[in-house]
Each structure stands twice: as C-alpha cells, then as structure tokens.
Design a protein. Structure first.
Length: 364
C-alpha cells in the first residue's frame, strides 16, 4: 500500500520545520499502524493468546511511502496454525530452497490494511506535531523558572486552575492557589512559574517567591540590587512579612517598598486580593531583628538564648504583638527562624513554636 510521494514530502517538511527526526516519524508510523491493524483484525477473537499477531510487522519504504504487512511463519509439514505456520509446499513456491523448521517472511494481502494505515498515519503525524510543540514550549520556558508571567485563565480541571501563557498551557494545583481566591475564565492573572515537572508547567500565586517577584516589578531598587530581600514569611491571601535591607547609604528600605503615598505596596496588595503586607527592616543584630519582625507592636526588650527569643512588651501591646489567632508572632517566628516567647507586663507569656501559640497566665 503506497502513501504517495506527497505524503513523504509532507513528512520531510514536518521534519525540517519542527525539528523532528524523520526516522522517528517512520518508526512511530510502523508501530502505530501495526497496533491498529492487530486491534481490528483480532477484535472479535476471544483469546488470551499473547502470541496472537506477534509474528506480524509493518515495513515502510522511506523513499516511496509504500507500506507492507509482513508475517513471519514457520515452515512445517502439516499446518496446525494458519497465523503462525506455512506448509512446506506453499513455502517452496515463495523460496525454493526452504526447509522444514525454517522461518519465512510473507507479504500479507489485506483489504483493510490500506484503510487502517491511512487513518493511523494521520493520527501519528498529528501526535508527533503536538509532541514537538510541547517540547518546544518546555525548551522555551525551562530557563525561565522563577519568573512572573501574565496568564490567561482557561478552565478548572480537577481542582487545578489551567492557564494559557503564550502558546503554553500551565497548571496551578490547589496548594499553589491563594486561599478563597476565585478565578474567572478569560481573566488575566500574574503567576510565578514555579517548576516544570514531566514536561508540565506548574505555576503558583501562593509561593513566597511570588511576593518577592511582584515587589521586583514595582520596586526598581530591588531589581537593581540596591535593596535586598533577606527573608519572607507568608500566609497567602491573609498576611505576609518581608524583611529588606539597603545596600546603599541614604536609601530607606521600608519607604522604597511602600512607595510615595503607598502606591508600590498597594499595587502588590491589589494583585494579591488585598493580602496584608508588613515590610520589616532587616538587622544583623538578631535581637533588633526580632523586635522589628513583631511590628507593628512596640517592644520593650528582647533576650535570645539558644534558639529562643524572650520578648517583653507593654501590656497594651500584648494583643498586637500576638496578632489575631497568633498570626503576628507566628509570622515573626517564620521570618526570624527563632522561637518567640512574648512576655506581657503582667507576666502573661505567649510561646510561638512551630507556628502554634499558647498562653500561660501568672498574674499577680
């Protein structure tokens, strides 16, 4: 069966334009056509015989486009299985010197083979094109992991948000989504290209790195290196703390991030659904850094022993230092990497450890 010279020309063109090896296409065609043929030929045969059709191969002439269905059969005196065996007299008509026990290859005529080959060839070519486009996309974005992109929301799929980024498809799993954020089909969202796994692009809006990249877009001083983000703690959709330091004298790290009239930080918060963001000034002195991390609460004293910071605050600052449901002290713990015990004026103690808080009251 011939696929015509036009078909071969089409394969040559696809190979040149898409960068697909021609031999890969030919081998895929031979394999797929054989599978399709056996599936149809033996569809109505109730048998678990794994050898059924195992002696069949498909050969494609790389120059003419001609397909052949070839069966390898054993030469026997008496045929018991027509699919796998051929009688000696019939075999001698094909190859005069053949002997019993030899194997012989026979071109098999089939009325259905041509139709199956034509249908399957089209499917294989389309699949190869899709694979090449996918590989090209992955190649384009593999060195852009960690960057922010504008993504078009296409649909929800088993809890994942499916986005379009250029010609690529990206997926945002539930754990990478901002809590209680609703994604509308056709709307655009900024997303962080977090990783590429098994040729699948994974994006995030909940990753702490996303917050840093958003500030880079709004604060030129961070992008240029004048300001440096030293640490970040985030509970996506609710509140974050970001510690920054200035590498240039005279540049206010907090003021630069907030912007004139708060425009810079407001733009970031708007992108995140008004997630509250505390900009904290980094300090090499861990005691000062802990005090800064508990902002906006005012701190009287910080003492650090081993990996625990004991913080004393005025009575009227205790609830502010703790935060709603312990969030402020919990984020400060994540930001500094230190366990934090907050001591109030009346000896109320709040311990922050692995994100949990507990209160011990010893009022006098």
């Amino acid at each position: 069966m011939s696929m015509t010279s036009e078909f071969i020309s089409a394969i040559n063109q696809i190979s040149a334009e898409r960068g697909i090896e021609k031999e890969d296409i030919f081998l895929a065609l031979e394999s797929a056509i054989l599978v399709a043929y056996k599936k149809e030929k033996f569809a109505n045969i109730d048998s678990d015989d794994e050898e059924l059709g195992s002696n069949l191969t498909v050969e494609l002439n790389r120059e003419t486009g001609e397909f052949k269905l070839i069966a390898t059969k054993e030469v026997v005196k008496k045929v018991k299985n027509n699919e796998l065996e051929i009688g000696i007299s019939e075999a001698e008509m094909i190859s005069p010197n053949v002997e019993v026990g030899d194997s012989i290859q026979i071109e098999m005529p089939s009325e259905d083979f041509g139709r199956i080959a034509a249908q399957t060839a089209k499917q294989v070519i389309l699949q190869k094109i899709r694979e090449s486009e996918k590989d090209a996309v992955i190649s384009e974005y593999s060195d852009k992991v960690g960057e922010v992109f504008s993504a078009l929301m296409q649909r929800m799929q088993k809890g994942q948000v499916v986005f379009e980024i250029g010609k690529a498809t990206a997926f945002m799993p539930a754990e990478e989504q901002i809590t209680n954020e609703f994604y509308r089909m056709g709307d655009r969202y900024k997303v962080l290209l977090k990783e590429i796994v098994d040729s699948q692009m994974i994006v995030s809006r909940a990753d702490p790195k996303f917050l840093i990249e958003l500030f880079k877009l709004e604060v030129p001083e961070i992008e240029s290196g004048i300001l440096e983000v030293k640490a970040i703690a985030r509970e996506a959709g609710s509140r974050s703390k970001m510690a920054v330091v200035s590498n240039q004298a005279g540049v206010d790290p907090i003021g630069s991030c907030v912007g004139q009239r708060g425009i810079r930080i407001a733009n970031v918060m708007n992108e995140l659904g008004n997630e509250k963001i505390d900009i904290i000034e980094w300090d090499d002195d861990p005691e000062k850094f802990v005090a800064n991390a508990l902002s906006p609460a005012k701190i009287d004293d910080v003492k650090i022993e081993n990996d625990t910071a004991t913080v004393t605050v005025p009575a009227d600052q205790l609830s502010l230092a703790i935060g709603r449901e312990g969030q402020n002290v919990r984020l400060a713990w994540k930001l500094t990497g230190l366990k934090i015990d907050i001591v109030g004026a009346e000896r109320e103690v709040v311990k922050s450890e692995e994100g949990d808080t507990e209160e011990e009251s010893s009022k006098e």
